[in-house]
Design a binder for this molecule. Structure first.
Ligand SMILES: *Cc1c(COP(=O)(O)O)cnc(C)c1O
Ligand SMILES: [Zn+2]
Length: 404
């Protein structure tokens, strides 16, 4: 579809395909796509294609002919009855993004972002990452035959994610600093022309990530959920979900949007603090800390967009402790057989907390977006829930443990 890049703050149309911010005001960029021809379609018309990111290609600002795809999206929407019972709600649906090709929702953005890199003739792609962005970019760069460099904060990347980036052949560079430092460095390298930046500040990434919302609506036969909970780190994803609903409204496929609830970890909650004060901008958190490394972000790149998404949808920002995150992760695993990494469990912890606070009615239709797979961070599992019994290699010894 025809599309163009525009400054989200001042409205300037931006021509430079490598720009990661507005050349005039420094603001965040966004994409506008001509969705006119979608108005004459019915949502079910798209169902001739398998569910996944590219079912919604008419909403995407790249040409599908050159698509770099690993068949991302099309993830399950689980009806978690047991969890709902524990929380005290009738229904909780879990959109399990851990089922994507590299195990997180980042693949939705990367298939579009790397396709864009090919379209503009980039040879090297790069990102700063708490882990999942680098795992995803490394895989899509491999598929596309592009060189890839990823910059990671030393000591704070989960083992599974690091292994993926190394495995797919990216140049993996660890810096003594946090994510915010890594992003500052890679943005400078991109500005100097050394690489095409594929962090979520790149407006093509959110375009792919919109599809998680399209899929949820598709899977619910377009019956609107009341609330969607999702973890917020750099806030690209909550913005993407909001943008998707806005677009569906603009073409008349839906009339209103669900309330978006952005969940942050207590030690890393700049958006929650801003929301509590009713502000549309935020103060960065100097030293963010949380077990949920994927949302250990002090200075969220799309933080202002997140606040707009939250206010406009009538939602809220909410923080949960590391203890609440780990409890939610365990409960989801043990009650439903669904394995997610800590950041993803923040959305479940958010529902539990709001329910406890008496702010959810029992009949609400709640969707939690669970962003990444449990295998991403095996160390947290072994540290928090791990118990392996060791005995002699004898039937008696083993039986004693089983029949206990
Ligand atoms: C990237 C990521 C997040 C945070 O998403 P943002 O778009 O940065 O807010 C949450 N959970 C997981 C598993 C992630 O990989
Ligand atoms: Zn501008």
């Amino acid at each position: 579809m025809e599309s163009w890049i525009r400054c989200w703050e001042c409205g300037l149309e931006v021509d430079d395909p490598y720009a990661d911010s507005c050349p005039s005001c420094g603001g965040l960029l966004t994409l506008e796509t001509d969705l006119e021809q979608l108005k004459s379609l019915h949502p079910y018309d798209l169902r001739r294609r398998p569910i996944g990111v590219w079912r919604y290609s008419k909403f995407l600002p790249v040409s599908e002919e050159k698509a770099v795809t690993l068949k991302e999206g099309g993830t399950p929407l689980y009806d978690c009855r047991c969890l709902a019972g524990i929380v005290g709600l009738k229904r909780i649906l879990v959109k399990y993004e851990g089922a994507n090709p590299t195990g997180s929702f980042k693949d939705r953005g990367m298939t579009v972002g790397v396709t864009r890199a090919i379209e503009i003739g980039a040879k090297v792609v790069g990102c700063a990452s708490t882990g999942n962005t680098s795992a995803s970019l490394a895989a899509y760069a491999a598929k596309a035959g592009l060189d890839c460099a990823v910059i990671l904060p030393a000591g704070n990347v989960a083992a599974g994610k690091l292994a993926q980036a190394v495995f797919f052949g990216a140049k993996v560079i660890s810096i003594e600093g946090n994510f915010d430092d890594a992003l500052r460095i890679v943005r400078q390298l991109a500005a100097d022309g050394h690489l095409y930046l594929l962090n979520s500040i790149n407006p093509y990434r959110p375009e792919g990530q919109k599809t998680v919302a399209f899929e949820i609506m598709d899977q619910l036969d377009y019956r609107m959920p009341d609330r969607i909970f999702l973890p917020v780190g750099n806030a690209g994803n909550i913005w993407s979900v909001y943008k998707a609903f806005q677009e569906l409204i603009s073409i008349g496929w839906i009339e209103r949007m669900p309330k978006l609830v952005g969940v942050q970890a207590h030690g890393s909650r700049p958006i929650v603090k801003a929301f509590a004060q009713g502000r549309t901008d935020f103060e960065p958190v100097e030293k963010p800390e949380t077990v949920a490394t994927a949302i250990r972000i002090g200075n969220p790149v799309s933080g202002r967009k997140a606040l707009k998404a939250i206010y406009d949808s009538g939602g809220r920002a909410l923080d949960v402790t590391d203890g609440e995150i780990l409890d939610a992760q365990r409960i989801l695993g043990r009650a439903e057989g669904v394995g997610v990494e800590p950041a993803s469990a923040a959305s479940i912890a958010g529902v539990m907390k709001m329910s406890q606070m008496g702010e959810l009615s029992k009949d609400e239709r709640v969707v939690c977006i669970c962003t990444g797979n449990v295998l991403k961070d095996p160390d947290v599992v072994m540290r928090s829930f791990g118990k392996v019994e060791k005995v002699r290699a004898e039937v008696d010894a083993v039986r004693k443990l089983i029949t206990g």
